[in-house]
Design a binder for this molecule. Structure first.
Ligand code: PGA
Length: 245
């Protein structure tokens, strides 16, 4: 099971203190089969990398540029740069970035270059509320997958995060039965269209310590991408505990 903490545009050096609890928790549970990945803002990647050095916790970035190394791209950070600072993961295609103009084509370019760099890619897909109301969920998910993963050679480091846009930050989660079917639908596309033998699909959107037990009852789920509830160490640890115990 994967537990990805997406801090979004929150956190400063002080918030790193809360990592002590998470590090302690991960040490006690070192033998259990789960992965914790923190994705703080770029400004904290270096400090985070030092803090979690030699622990079970891994580091990820929340986005990056499509250019593999360097270039005249003011304000951007390349896959190589985040890798060098200690990231093993990167989130690509988050709906908050899509809302700011990232399209499937750009996302595909980013995935291509991140996979060349051997980063694990947390590729986010999900339908909006109006698409859901029009019964377009499956069509949207399929298009995002086909376009995002088009002509990617190394697919073994891709994790899909299914995040319905209407569920992010709203406290509303999908019905368990619907979610179960949608995860299987996504896995089938990954198996049939991309020949991925053992696809991994995480769920994201308002995951918290109260609803996680229910969500984790879905046997095909491989983990969670957690936004708001990942900013408090205790809550995040509770999410992990309630899933693995
Ligand atoms: P949320 O965010 O848990 O606050 O809904 C999830 C995400 O955006 O990845």
């Amino acid at each position: 099971m994967y537990f990805i903490a997406n801090w979004k545009m929150y956190g400063d050096l002080k918030s790193l203190n809360s990592m002590k609890k998470v590090i302690r928790f991960s040490k006690i549970n070192i033998k259990k089969k789960f992965k914790i990945v923190y994705c703080p803002p770029y400004t904290l990647l270096d400090s985070f990398s030092k803090k979690i050095n030699k622990t079970k916790i891994e580091l990820g970035a929340q986005n990056c540029h499509f250019e593999l190394y360097n270039g005249p791209y003011t304000g951007s950070i390349s896959p190589t740069m985040i890798k060098k600072i200690g990231c093993k993961y990167v989130i690509i295609g988050h709906s908050e970035n899509r809302l700011e103009g990232e399209n499937d084509n750009l996302i595909n370019k980013k995935i291509k270059s991140c996979s060349k760099c051997n980063l694990n890619i947390i590729f986010c897909i999900g339908e909006s509320l109006s698409e859901k109301k029009k019964n377009m969920t499956r069509k949207v998910l399929k298009t995002q997958l086909l376009k995002g993963l088009s002509k990617i050679r190394f697919l073994n480091k891709i994790l899909i995060a299914y995040e319905p846009v209407w569920s992010i930050g709203t406290g509303v989660i999908p019905k368990i039965k619907d979610l179960e079917k949608d995860i299987i639908f996504i896995k089938n596309i990954l198996k049939n269209n991309f020949k991925i033998k053992n696809p991994k699909v995480l769920y994201g959107g308002s995951v918290n310590d109260k609803n996680v037990k229910n969500l984790a009852s879905i046997s095909s789920i491989d983990g969670f991408l957690v936004g708001g509830a990942s900013q408090k160490a205790k809550k995040f640890i509770d999410i992990v505990k309630k899933t693995i115990n």
